[in-house]
Design a protein around this ligand. Sequence first.
Ligand SMILES: O=C(CO)[C@H](O)[C@H](O)COP(=O)(O)O
Length: 258
Amino acid sequence: MATGVPKIDELKSLGNPLEDAKRAAAYRAVDENLKFEDHKVIGIGSGSTVVYVAQRIGQYLHDPEYSDLTSKFVCIPTGFQSRNLILDNKLQLGSIEQYPRIDIAFDGADEVDEHLQLIKGGGACLFQEKLVSTSARTFIIVADSRKRSPKNLGRNWRQGVPIEIVPSSYVRVKNDLLEQLHAEKVNIRQGGSAKAGPVVTDNNNFIIDADFGEIIDPRNLHKSIKLLVGVVETGLFIDNASKAYFGDSNGAVEVMEK
Ligand SMILES: O=C(CO)[C@H](O)[C@H](O)COP(=O)(O)O
């Protein structure tokens, strides 16, 4: 690797084991998957782990050995936070309308099962994350190792499947999830102390978190939820990711691949 881009095994601890784990996963994922000659359009996801993906790509941009190629990269965001990550790292911003075909996308996940099926949407960005990730030829997950399910989705992530819905449909969708799809618990996600009332997504919609317990058949559950009137998208990402990088606080990274 060229001078200028910090070597992974020489990185100093950030003083927070979880952040060290996230950074380890993200840096390894970028270094092993970003092909400077082939990849021109890059999807940048949302959340706290993907911060280190944008940072790593930014390091390559500022290294004279790579800057000719990296300055031509166009990065496609998955929401407001992601857009700022791109700008803060001085990367070139593009839109999915301009670049409907993405070469590679990186994003975090809330849970990853043994078949690389995902729950996403903990940060309420699931619609644009799905738009970007399913437009990408290669989709790579970066996460700390807590996100790896021992088997099925719904084991570690107990908050429920995030579902983006049209605001006026929230009562109808809530009832349908409980009565037709037998969800155990359904909540309209609230802004908490930061906002009185529901979270409003980047697309001006609401988020429902629907707990189905352990999910044995995520594909069918996704299809059934999508058929409900009012549902825009689900946080079940089916057959979408090709690899997941799970970081540990000691810098070790495990890679799960299809
Ligand atoms: O799906 C997401 C946002 O909608 C995030 O990618 C997911 O919540 C993981 O975030 P983090 O990297 O902070 O754990």
